[in-house]
Design a protein around this ligand. Structure first.
Ligand code: NAD
Length: 433
C-alpha cells in the first residue's frame, strides 16, 4: 500500500518505518526541515533501539522516503496517517492545533479518494472534527479512522511490530477493510469499533496504567510505615492473573510524554461533560507527590540541603529513551536547586535534551556516572538504566563524600548492600532503609 505518515516523532517515525518494513511504500512527512534533513542523511533524531538499522535497510530498498512536502506525500498516497503531537495546554486540555493544521493541509492536497487514520492520542470527537475540517477543504471523497497507538518509548520498534492489539475505529467500510489489511501482518488481535470508542480506549488504557502505578506507590508508602516490603507485596499481587504483574513497580511515579498529559486530558474530557473523575484526579495527585519523597528522604538523611552536593543518576523519564518530557527529574532537580543544593547530573542518553529544557542554573552535567557521584553528599537514582544496575554499591560508596544513596527505582537488592556502609533509602522497603 502507499502511505503518508504526517509527523516523524516517536510514533510517526517508528510506525512509518515499521510499515515500510512490512513492504509498504511509505513517505514520512515533518514540517521541521532539520529533522527531515537529518533523516535523509541516515541519522535518527530520536533514540529508539533498532530504529536506525530499519531506516537504513528500508531506505536502501526504496520503500521509505522523508520529506517536508506534505501535499505531494498526500497526493502520492492512499492512506494518510496523522501522528502529530497533542501536548497539554496549560488548562490540561489536549492542544489540537497540530492536528487541525495537518487536517487542513491534507484536505487542501487531496487528489482522489483517501483514507485518513489518526494515530495521535486525541479527545473523543476529534476524528469527527478532523472529518469536518478536511471536508471543508475538498470535494474529493475520503474516510477517517481512529487507530490509536500503544507503543512504549524504548521498545517502540518491538511494540509496533508485535502489538498486543490494534484498534480500528471507523464508520467507513473501505477504511476498515484497508486498515485491517495494513495491520494484519502485525497481530491477529485487531479490534474493530466505532470512532469514539477507539478514541476512548486509548485514554482509558493510559489512565488505567497510571492508576496502577499510583496505587502501588501508595501501597509502598504504607509499606514504609507498617514494615512491609512493597516488592514482595507487588509480586504476591501480580501472580493473580486478574491483577497482573506489570506496572506494579513502586518508584518515584510516572512521567513521559503520554501518562501525564493523557490523564489530565481525560479529566478535562470528563469535566466538559460535567463528570468529576475523582479517581483519576487522585491518581495524578499521588503521582505528583511521590517524586518529592526523594527530597524528603534526602532531608531525612542530610538535614538542610543548602550547600550540599547531590548527584543525580537518570534524567530520562524511563530507561532506553532520550525523551525527558515530564520526567520526574525536572521537579526533583528544581526542588534541590531551590533549596540551595549543588546538583551534579548524569544520564546515558538524555542529558542533551534535559539540559536544553532545564538549563545550567545550579546543575553541572557530567560525562559519566562516576564523575557525578564523586565527592557528592548523596546520590539519587531517578531512572533505572541498566548501566546503573551494573555499578557495584561498593563503588558508589567509594565515590561519595558521605554514603547516602536514595534509590528512587529500587534497583539494588538487600544482599547487594549487605557488605556496604551505605545509608540506603529505597521505595517501600523499610527493612532496607
Ligand atoms: P512528537 O512530538 O515526538 O512528534 C510529533 C511530530 O509531528 C514532530 O516531529 C512535529 O514536528 C510533527 N508535526 C507537527 N505538526 C505537523 C504538521 N502539520 N505537518 C508535519 N509534521 C508535523 O510526538 P510523539 O511522541 O510521536 O506523539 C505523537 C502522538 O502520538 C501524540 O498524540 C501522543 O500522545 C501519541 N502517542 C505517543 C506515544 C509515545 O510514546 N511518544 C505513544 C502512543 C501515542
Amino acid at each position: 500500500m502507499k502511505l503518508a505518515v504526517i509527523g516523524t516523532g516517536y510514533v510517526g517515525l517508528v510506525s512509518g518505518v515499521c510499515f515500510s518494513e512490512l513492504g509498504n511504500d511509505v513517505i514520512c512527512v515533518d514540517h521541521l526541515k532539520e529533522k527531515v534533513a537529518l533523516l535523509n542523511k541516515g541519522e535518527v533524531p530520536i533514540y529508539e533501539p533498532g530504529l536506525k538499522e530499519l531506516i537504513a535497510s528500508n531506505k536502501s530498498e526504496g520503500r521509505l522516503q522523508f520529506t517536508t512536502d506534505l501535499p505531494e506525500a498526500v497526493r502520492q498516497s492512499d492512506i494518510i496517517i496523522i501522528a502529530v503531537g497533542t501536548p497539554s495546554l496549560p488548562s490540561g486540555k489536549a492542544n489540537l492545533s497540530y492536528i487541525e493544521q495537518a487536517a487542513r493541509e491534507i484536505g487542501l492536497a487531496m487528489n482522489g479518494f483517501k483514507i485518513i487514520a489518526t494515530k495521535s492520542t486525541v479527545p473523543v470527537g476529534t476524528n469527527e472534527h478532523i472529518q469536518t475540517i478536511i471536508a471543508s477543504q475538498t470535494a474529493f471523497p475520503f474516510e477517517v479512522a481512529s487507530v490509536p497507538e500503544f507503543l512504549r518509548e524504548g521498545t517502540a520498534v518491538q511494540d509496533t511490530l508485535h502489538p498486543d492489539r490494534i484498534v480500528i475505529g471507523t464508520s467507513g467500510e473501505t477504511a476498515r477493510k484497508y486498515l485491517t489489511e495494513l495491520h494484519r501482518p502485525l497481530t491477529e488481535h485487531i479490534m474493530s469499533t466505532d470512532i469514539r470508542s477507539a478514541e476512548m480506549i486509548k485514554y482509558a488504557s493510559n489512565a488505567f496504567l497510571a492508576a496502577k502505578i499510583s496505587f502501588i506507590n501508595e501501597i509502598a508508602n504504607i509499606c514504609e510505615k507498617v514494615g512491609a516490603d512493597v516488592t514482595e507485596v507487588a509480586e504476591g499481587m501480580g501472580y493473580d492473573h486478574r491483577i497482573g504483574s506489570s506496572f506494579l513497580k513502586a518508584g518515584i511515579g510516572y512521567g513521559g510524554s503520554c501518562f501525564p498529559k493523557d490523564t489530565q486530558a481525560l479529566i478535562q474530557i470528563a469535566g466538559q461533560m460535567d463528570y468529576d473523575f475523582k479517581l483519576l484526579k487522585s491518581v495524578v495527585d499521588v503521582n505528583r507527590d511521590q517524586r518529592f519523597n526523594v527530597i524528603r528522604k534526602l532531608e531525612a538523611s542530610l538535614g538542610d540541603l543548602a550547600g550540599r552536593t547531590v548527584a543525580i543518576w537518570g534524567l530520562a523519564f524511563k530507561p532506553e529513551t532520550d525523551d525527558v518530557r515530564d520526567a520526574p527529574a525536572f521537579e526533583i532537580i528544581d526542588a534541590l536547586v531551590k533549596r540551595g543544593a549543588n546538583v551534579k547530573a548524569y544520564d546515558p542518553i538524555a542529558t542533551a535534551n534535559f539540559r536544553q529544557q532545564f538549563g545550567e542554573s545550579g546543575v553541572v552535567y557530567c560525562a559519566d556516572a562516576e564523575e557525578a557521584a564523586i565527592q557528592a553528599d548523596a546520590l539519587c537514582i531517578l531512572t533505572e538504566w541498566k548501566e546503573f544496575r551494573d555499578i557495584k554499591p561498593l563503588s558508589i560508596q567509594s565515590w561519595l563524600r558521605t554514603p547516602n544513596l536514595i534509590d528512587g527505582r529500587n534497583i539494588y537488592s538487600e544482599h547487594e548492600l549487605a557488605n556496604t556502609q551505605l545509608i540506603y533509602y529505597s521505595v517501600g522497603r523499610p527493612n532496607m532503609n
